[in-house]
Design a protein around this ligand. Sequence first.
Ligand SMILES: Cc1cc2nc3c(=O)[nH]c(=O)nc-3n(C[C@H](O)[C@H](O)[C@H](O)COP(=O)(O)OP(=O)(O)OC[C@H]3O[C@@H](n4cnc5c(N)ncnc54)[C@H](O)[C@@H]3O)c2cc1C
Length: 316
Amino acid sequence: MCYDVVIVGAGCAGLTAGIYARSKLMKTLVLDSGRVGGQLVSLYPEKGIHNYPGFETIQARKLSDKLYAQAEAAECEIHENEKVREIVNGCEEIIVTTDVAEYHTKSVIVAIGMGSFKPKKMGCPGEDELFEKGVTYILPVKEELVGKKVTMFGGGNSAIDMALIADSVTDTTIIHRRPEFRADESTVNHLMESDIRTIMNANLVSINGTDHVESVTISVDGKEQIIPTDLAVINIGISADLEDLGTWGLELNDDGLVKVDFDMTTNRPGIFACGDVISYPGKVKQITTAMGEATTAVLMAYKFVKKPYWADSCKQ
Ligand SMILES: Cc1cc2nc3c(=O)[nH]c(=O)nc-3n(C[C@H](O)[C@H](O)[C@H](O)COP(=O)(O)OP(=O)(O)OC[C@H]3O[C@@H](n4cnc5c(N)ncnc54)[C@H](O)[C@@H]3O)c2cc1C
């Protein structure tokens, strides 16, 4: 069997590509190395998204659930826990190899976002030892927060949004190492209107506890303070792990991301890319931009595969 398109990655870019491809009745397979939903479910499931048109606010995991449901309803074939290892040219088709199987396809859309992303660590004593014993990089569901003392580390939109979520059910402190937050003004205003304690210019010295986190020690202006804590939530960014890209023969920009033309074509005929994995001048890493790029990538894949009479001379 030969697919019309294999989409690598089931984040918001990959799922949008899947939905669009099915609207063109392309035989579509979506592969993800982990769970469907990408960053929305793996990094910030509880966070409200306030800039996705059509919803004043929607929780990240709910948006992901909606995209997943729409892709399934459109009869997209979706495989979780299948990491793509190789994308090579066959005689007349492209062969995509995963840990589990080999798939033949006429086109590929690479939508692997930040790859196998990992949250950045603070690197202080106690962080590794107390991981999952009160140290976390993802805010647990609200029900698990009730009555707990939460200390959040970070100063971006995500850290503040998560602190605001936590504060609705618990006692929350946010600690940032700089004098000002780097989040949007509106988000900082919400923080200032809340009951959350903020401590600026503070460095984390250690996370303390034996079987579970009991406190954190911070240093402000050279003076140490101990803050009683049940849950230390670290939200200082993500490191991307995109080592697979290097083996797929795709031309990369200096930032290590896939170089695409304005129509999401890559240097390899029949392979398109979209979402956080690509870069171009003016690229913005957001859900709506990833979805827009996915739309373009699918329409170009469609032209490449089906060569409809109305298509302009297709570049590849
Ligand atoms: C904390 C945080 C908060 C954010 N908040 C917002 C917000 O409020 N609004 C907004 O618009 N944007 C927000 N963003 C940005 C937004 O989440 C991203 O731009 C978007 O998720 C990118 O989607 P994607 O599909 O390109 O990548 P991802 O969501 O990273 O999905 C890529 C998928 O590919 C899979 N994958 C990776 N490697 C392979 C492989 N080899 N084989 C198969 N599958 C693979 C991964 O498992 C993953 O599921 C936020 C980002 C972060 C980190």
